[in-house]
Design a protein around this ligand. Structure first.
Ligand code: GDP
Length: 282
């Protein structure tokens, strides 16, 4: 474990997670469908051992759909229940309740055999910052009944959202910290805006994105910005600046602005549905 290494708020997040995890049967782990591995934190396996597990490929609308399906297979093979969702638009949300029941079948069977009846399954949402935890909880709660109050035996102040007569969801998500150690992972998290431009300057980050796109999705930038292709990443940024009339002092190209436009377009899906990492590479 690398406790000392975590910034203070992450240590606190971890402590809260350890407390809350004791109260639940099922961990609903959100990952970003564009970077399903880079947006995970392996610590959750240790924290959540003996719990039922469900992985949601969130922001599935921003990733290539055939890749989403490949990733679903990948996680299913590892024994997880998996659903692809678009929490923002509600896509996939309807199927969640039945998947939760399915994921907790063993647990419920276990209870039944011990004569414990009508005990609801308790679940909690976890994931790294910005992966869509709040959006997902709202989407799910929007379809559910009102929140339940404090209950005997439940830590005071915890709110449970009753999804149906069998399932309750903790209303506050558990925050996992991203893995900063690996450079490639850091870069991918920066591309999707999860660690906001902390590791690289905008231009440098955008030029790395150009490099990635030219390798994995050739032609996308040329088509989007109506530019000629170039092997030189910075030249591509300059061409985007030209094409988008990004100028400083009336005549100089504003490459920084072009870099910001590119990152924003990518993050919001305006370059199309793109997946940054593939299961076969792992
Ligand atoms: P949290 O930090 O994990 O709670 O993340 P939020 O719920 O605040 O979401 C972060 C951003 O991602 C917000 O701008 C959401 O609108 C957006 N978002 C969440 N889910 C989705 C999704 O499925 N698709 C898309 N396109 N955007 C999403």
């Amino acid at each position: 474990m690398h406790f000392q290494w975590y910034p203070g708020h992450m240590t606190k997040a971890r402590r809260m997670m350890q407390e809350n995890i004791k109260l639940i049967d099922l961990i609903i782990e959100l990952v970003d469908a564009r970077v399903p591995l880079s947006s995970r934190n392996p610590d959750i396996d240790e924290l959540g051992k003996n719990k039922a597990r469900l992985i949601l490929l969130n922001k599935a609308d921003l990733a290539e759909d055939r890749r989403n399906d490949e990733w679903m297979e990948y996680f299913k093979k590892q024994g997880y229940s998996v659903v692809k969702v678009n929490s923002k638009k509600g896509g996939g949300i309807k199927s969640i309740q039945s998947v939760i029941q399915e994921a907790c079948k063993e647990k419920m069977e276990h209870d039944r055999k011990r004569g414990i009846l009508n005990r609801p399954v308790r679940a909690m949402v976890v994931g790294i910052p910005n992966v869509g935890k709040s959006t997902f909880i709202n989407a799910l709660a929007g379809k559910a009944c009102a929140k339940t109050g404090n209950k005997p035996g439940v830590t005071k102040g915890k709110q449970w959202i009753r999804l149906n007569k069998n399932v309750e969801l903790l209303d506050t998500p558990g925050i996992l910290w991203p893995k900063f150690e690996d450079q490639t992972v850091g870069l991918r998290l920066a591309f999707i805006g999860s660690i906001k431009d902390e590791i690289l300057q905008t231009e440098e980050l955008a030029s790395e994105l150009v490099k990635f796109l030219n390798q994995s999705y050739p032609g996308v930038l040329e088509e989007k910005y109506t530019i000629e292709s170039s092997e030189d990443n910075y030249e591509v940024l300059r061409r985007i600046a030209e094409s988008r009339h990004c100028l400083v002092r009336g005549s100089e190209l504003d490459v920084e602005k072009a870099a910001a436009i590119l990152l924003d377009d990518f993050r919001n899906g305006r370059l199309g549905r793109l997946t940054l990492e593939l299961p076969e590479e792992n």
